[in-house]
Design a protein around this ligand. Sequence first.
Ligand SMILES: C[S@@+](CC[C@H](N)C(=O)[O-])C[C@H]1O[C@@H](n2cnc3c(N)ncnc32)[C@H](O)[C@@H]1O
Length: 355
Amino acid sequence: MRWTQWRNSVLSSPVFQQWAARLPIFASVSRRRASSAFDLVAGFSYSQVLFAAVQVGLLDLLDVGPCDAGEIARSTGLSRDAATRLLRAAAALRLAEEVAPDCWMLGQQGAALRSNPGALAMVRHHALLYEDLADPLKLLRQDRSLPTALSSFWHYTTETDRKTADRYSTLMAASQEMVARQALSAYRFDRHRKLLDVGGGHGAFVNAVAPACPSLELGIFDLPPVLAGITGVPDRVALHPGDFFADRLPTGYDCITLVRILHDHDDDRCMQILRAIREALPPGGRLVIAEPMAGTPGAEAMGDAYFGLYLWAMNSGRPRTPAEYGDMLQAAGFGRWQRKRTPMPVIATLIVSSC
Ligand SMILES: C[S@@+](CC[C@H](N)C(=O)[O-])C[C@H]1O[C@@H](n2cnc3c(N)ncnc32)[C@H](O)[C@@H]1O
């Protein structure tokens, strides 16, 4: 505590700040720190530049070919001035690039995002989170049973209408490929005979696992209105409509996956899900949990700052560290658990636990 207090008093001293900025050895560190502090101050407007660029189709227009601001203005319905302002803001964030005077193409970030439908779907979806976060203290103070924009979107019940279920299942499916890639590179699913994806939505995860494990039998357990909208899963996928808080899970599967499920639920509800899975798995069966987790080195902000607030706004769930899941798994009667490294932990970390 004393060290932290001393460090903070040094870092907040204007004399130290000026001295560090002048010393060549500290100058680049100071500049980086100042720039990341400014990102914290202004980050919300960067996100809105990205949101505007995605909404107005700017990334698609720049992908087709070099354009000038006049062409962008005509295609987007913005004035030329507004189009130029957006293009310059996008260029500052490396979404766009001015390759010659008033000749615009995709920038490096723009090119990477343009080819990532999951990320683009999340950018659009963030309009709801932005609405809930307009007054963050109001949100943090208000009773978590009151409706929010996000809690209305994620309406998880057996009575959910098909349209709502289709809307959220489509959003999740769009970003599933990135998550499935993490899971497949960190764990050999082909060591199992039968895999059940609990909360598997429209089947994007089992669709990614199927070609990698041709002899694995597959199943999905999800709410009836979700499974009613499923199309395009291979014949070998069995569908099990049900509610994991009210119904027993099907047995006979030696591997159960929970992909981006547990963080949606408060601790008591998570324990219910884990106990139901423990009951359904045979001795030696495995549970694989895949989701972005709190305290992930290098991705701390994604865990506690992004998902912490997102799930608060959703009125349910919290991001957890692997150790917190380890404790819950043991309390639910599982045996050993292990954290598996993934190539991009910002997208998902894996925990594998045996019965
Ligand atoms: C955040 S989505 C994750 C979907 C998918 N696993 C993925 O990663 O794309 C949560 C899923 O859990 C399902 N779910 C929520 N509550 C449920 C319940 N009580 N019983 C069964 N499934 C439920 C939802 O319908 C939804 O498909």
